[in-house]
Write a protein that binds this ligand. Structure first.
Ligand code: GDP
Length: 384
C-alpha cells in the first residue's frame, strides 16, 4: 500500500482506510500541501502551526467515514477566508464539488460571525445547507476540534463559544442524527460552562463505576447466554452515560445522581431487523418489561431517521435495565446520522437530502415562526 511521504498525513490516511481500502492519497496530499502552503506562517492560539487545525478537522471527518471530496474541502476549509488563495484558484485546482463546499463553509462563517440571535443563526445555517449538507458536517467537525482545543483561549471567550456550541451546534448535530459528535460537544461545553459541577460529576462517576460495572457484567453475561441459546448472533455492551446528560437529568428532572447513574443501559446489535424483534422477545421472556417503556423506533423512525427498539426491563435483583436493540446498520445511522449517507460507495441521494432538509425545516419552524420562508425553501430544494 502506498504511504505518504508526509508523516503528518498518516493518521488521516489510517482513519480513511478504516472505512475504505482504496484511498486517493494523491488528491488528499495535494489538498494538504496547498493548505499548508497558504497557511504557512499562521498560528493557532495554542502556538501550533495553523495547518494542524484543518488536518484535525479532516481526520475527524475521515473517522466518520466521509469520502475524498469532503476530506479535501475540510483540509482547505479556511484557505479562502484566511489566506490569499481565491475561490477561482481553488475551483481551478480542485474542481467545483470541493470548491462549492469550501465556499459554503466560508459563507457560513461570515453569517454566524455576526452576533445574531440563536434562531437567526440557525436560519442562516439552514440556508447555507441548501448548497450541500456536507457544509454543515464540516462545520460541526470544525467546531468539535475548536472545542477540543478551547483551553488556549481567554476564559470569557471560552464561555461564549461553549454557550454557542450548546445552544446551536449540539442541537444541530442532534438534528442531523450525528450523535457521536453531539455528546462530545455537550460534554466539552459543559466542562467549560460549569467546571465545578462537571468535575463533581466526573468524581462521582469514577467512585461509582466499579459497582455499576459489576452489575452490568452480570446482566451482559445473562443476555449473551440467552441469545446464544436462541442462536442469535449479537454484540452486547453497556451503553456509556455522558456527563452532560447526567447533569441535565439531575437539573431538569430533579433526580438524584445515583438514581440516574446506577440505571444501566445495554445495547444489543444484530444483523437483521427481524432479529431485533427476536431479541426483544427473548429478553422480555427473561425479565419483566416495565409498562409504558417500550418504543418501536424501527417501525416508526425518529425525525432524524434514528431507528432502534427501546425497552426497560426489571433485571437481576429487580433493578431496571434500559435496553436498546438495533441492527449494525441502524447503529451507524444512530452514531453518524446524515454523515452516514456521504460515506464511501454511497453516492449522493437526492431523496435523502430532501428528507434531511425537510427535517431541519420542521425544526426551524419549532424554533421560530418563519414557516412561509421555509416552505418556499423546501420546495426549491425539492425541485433541484
Ligand atoms: P425514549 O423515552 O425511549 O423515547 O428515549 P429517550 O428520548 O429518553 O432517549 C433514550 C436514549 O435513546 C438516549 O439516551 C439515546 O441513547 C437514545 N436515543 C434517543 N433518541 C436518539 C436519537 O435521535 N439518536 C440517537 N443516536 N440516539 C437516540
Amino acid at each position: 500500500q502506498k504511504t505518504s511521504g508526509n508523516a503528518a498525513l498518516d493518521p488521516l490516511f489510517a482513519a480513511m482506510r478504516q472505512h475504505h481500502q482504496k484511498v486517493d492519497t494523491g488528491l488528499i496530499e495535494r489538498a494538504y500541501r496547498t493548505a499548508e502552503h497558504f497557511h504557512d506562517g499562521q498560528m493557532r492560539k495554542s502556538g501550533d502551526a495553523y495547518i494542524t487545525h484543518p488536518l484535525a478537522v479532516a481526520t475527524i471527518l475521515a473517522s466518520l467515514g466521509l469520502n475524498e471530496p469532503t476530506i479535501c474541502a475540510a483540509l482547505l476549509h479556511d484557505t479562502v477566508e484566511d489566506t490569499g488563495y481565491t475561490l477561482a484558484q481553488l475551483t481551478n485546482d480542485f474542481g467545483d464539488e470541493i470548491a462549492t463546499m469550501v465556499d459554503g463553509v466560508t459563507k457560513l462563517d461570515k453569517m454566524v460571525y455576526g452576533e445574531s440571535a440563536k434562531a437567526e443563526t440557525i436560519r442562516k445555517m439552514v440556508i447555507a445547507m441548501s448548497r450541500d449538507i456536507r457544509v454543515l458536517i464540516i462545520k460541526l467537525a470544525d467546531r468539535l476540534h475548536n472545542m477540543r482545543t478551547i483551553s488556549s483561549l481567554r476564559p470569557d471567550k471560552q464561555i461564549r463559544i461553549a454557550k454557542d456550541t450548546l445552544e446551536i451546534y449540539a442541537p444541530l448535530a442532534h438534528r442531523l442524527g450525528m450523535n457521536a459528535i453531539k455528546w462530545e460537544l455537550e460534554d466539552l461545553s459543559f466542562s467549560v460552562i460549569e467546571p465545578k459541577i462537571y468535575s463533581e460529576i466526573v468524581k462521582l462517576v469514577a467512585e461509582r463505576a466499579p459497582l455499576r460495572d459489576q452489575y452490568l457484567s452480570t446482566v451482559i453475561e445473562q443476555v449473551k447466554q440467552d441469545l446464544a441459546d436462541n442462536k442469535i448472533k449479537a454484540t452486547v455492551y453497556g451503553r456509556p452515560k455522558h456527563y452532560y446528560s447526567i447533569y441535565q437529568k439531575m437539573m431538569v428532572r430533579g433526580r438524584d445522581f445515583y438514581d440516574i447513574y446506577d440505571l444501566v443501559g445495554l445495547r444489543v446489535l444484530v444483523d437483521t431487523k427481524r432479529e431485533c424483534y427476536d431479541v426483544l422477545g427473548v429478553l422480555h421472556a427473561r425479565w419483566r418489561p416495565l409498562p409504558g417503556r417500550f418504543k418501536d423506533y424501527i417501525a416508526m423512525p425518529k425525525f432524524n431517521l434514528y431507528q432502534s427498539l427501546h425497552t426497560t426491563v426489571l433485571g437481576p435483583g429487580g433493578k431496571p435495565v434500559e435496553l436498546q436493540i438495533r441492527t449494525n446498520e441502524m447503529h451507524k445511522q444512530a452514531e453518524y446520522g446524515v454523515a452516514a449517507h456521504w460515506r464511501y460507495k454511497e453516492g449522493k441521494s437526492a431523496g435523502d437530502e430532501i428528507n434531511w432538509v425537510h427535517s431541519i425545516s420542521e425544526w426551524q419552524k419549532e424554533t421560530e415562526d418563519s414557516g412561509e420562508f421555509l416552505d418556499t425553501f423546501t420546495e426549491e430544494i425539492a425541485k433541484n
